[in-house]
Design a protein around this ligand. Structure first.
Ligand SMILES: *Cc1c(COP(=O)(O)O)cnc(C)c1O
Length: 386
């Protein structure tokens, strides 16, 4: 455990108690005999991969998923021994590295498997992979029964690879209209028929499908965005089987407060001009932290009240039009709760006309992560300091 300091008072709080509650609720929803796969790619959607992984495993997740081999190795380096599946493409020349670290990869084409068998060299244990079937996402995977059969035949006649799972990914599980979803599901069911399903982890659902269509779960669910307390889309918010608790919040504090006179301007381009004498506060967060310039004019919370960003957002700082004079050191919340007011991740997503997934991912690694459990600080990660 390390409590690394941070000297610029801008930080993200990761509420592991809320995360654990989301995992517990999902686990209860899917039932004891279905595996929960905790998706911790992209540094756990910006939350912090190892802490999220450990919290999810403690609540009954049986396997982790990431996007790249690098992310899986990073988890191993941080002491995590649980099974890990890499969902994206691992270049065949690195298959041996995955096998040595006991990392499961995704087998997505005949060409990929041929190259793996050619390049993998001498390894002790076989390389585990989950067979990926493309039923309509058009991203990775075998698209027909011939390809699947060829991959299974090649696997059976080699001692270097072992198929331990099969999966597909839905393109529209978070939309009200379920026609395309049902088409993909039917294709998947048809294509996996010849496989030895009793020996395989079989999974198709992301958060949206896992929460909405309980009966289609097969024996594992890939739980991502909702583990972090966010709805997979606004369209299906009213269909969620249990309330989600947001895990991520973002805070900073006033470092400079001054009065400016009517007619004076603030920030680059002098685009903001005071209409009357007013208090302006400066905070040390900017677009290099992921607080994009397009958020100019949006609100933050100070003293439980919404107050507006004044002028352009700079790389490392921004200014706020204060409703009254506040002392230096006053807490400013960009995402999260103060008193009875809340700025949700969804609100920021809406402002930027994007999805909530993108918001927590865009808060850069320059922002230290503070991990909390039951309200007390467990650890602080400040990736700037070695
Ligand atoms: C990212 C990802 C998930 C997680 O999706 P959520 O919508 O965040 O639950 C599941 N499966 C695959 C293949 C993914 O790439």
């Amino acid at each position: 455990m390390s409590l690394k300091p941070f000297y610029r008072k801008t930080w993200a709080e990761i509420d592991l108690t809320a995360l654990k509650e989301n995992v517990r609720n999902m686990k209860r929803h899917i039932g004891g005999d279905v595996h929960l796969m905790a998706v911790v790619k992209a540094n756990a959607y910006g939350h912090g991969d190892a802490h999220v992984a450990k919290a999810a495993l403690a609540e009954g997740a049986s396997i982790l998923a990431v996007a790249f081999l690098d992310e899986a190795i990073s988890l191993r380096e941080q002491g995590i021994d649980a099974p890990i599946l890499v969902l994206g493409a691992v270049p065949p020349e690195y298959a041996g590295i995955a096998a040595k670290r006991r990392i499961t990869v995704t087998g997505y084409s005949v060409g990929w498997l041929k190259e793996v068998l050619r390049l993998i060299g001498d390894i002790g244990e076989p390389l585990d992979f989950h067979l990926k079937i493309d039923t309509g996402m058009g991203r990775l995977g075998c698209r027909n029964e011939d390809e699947i059969k060829e991959m299974m035949d090649m696997t059976e006649s080699s001692s270097k690879v072992n198929c331990c799972g099969v999966f597909t990914h839905f393109a529209t599980a978070d939309e009200k209209d379920t026609d395309y979803f049902n088409m993909q599901l039917d294709r998947f069911k048809e294509l996996i028929k010849p496989l030895p399903l009793d020996r395989l982890m079989v999974h198709s659902s992301n958060s949206a499908a896992g929460m909405r269509f309980k009966k289609q779960l097969f024996n594992a669910v890939r739980f991502g965005v909702s583990m972090y307390g966010m709805s997979p889309s606004s369209e299906i918010k009213d269909e969620l089987p249990f309330p989600l608790k947001e895990v991520f919040s973002l805070h900073t504090e006033l470092v400079h407060v001054k009065k400016i006179a009517k007619g004076e301007s603030v920030s680059y381009g002098a685009t903001y001009t005071a209409e009357h004498d007013e208090w302006i506060g400066t905070v040390p967060v900017g677009y290099a932290d992921g607080w994009l310039r397009r958020l100019a004019g949006s609100e933050v919370l100070i003293d439980g009240k919404r107050q507006k960003i004044a002028g352009r957002i700079c790389m490392d700082q921004l200014m706020i039009s204060l409703q009254e004079e506040y002392p230096v050191g006053t807490k400013v919340t960009l995402i999260g709760k103060q008193k009875d007011e809340r700025i949700s991740v969804d609100e920021i997503a809406q402002k930027l006309q994007t999805i909530n997934y993108e918001i927590t991912c865009m808060i850069s690694s320059r922002v230290p992560r503070m991990f909390l459990e039951n309200g007390s600080i467990m650890e602080i990660r400040n990736p700037i300091l070695p």
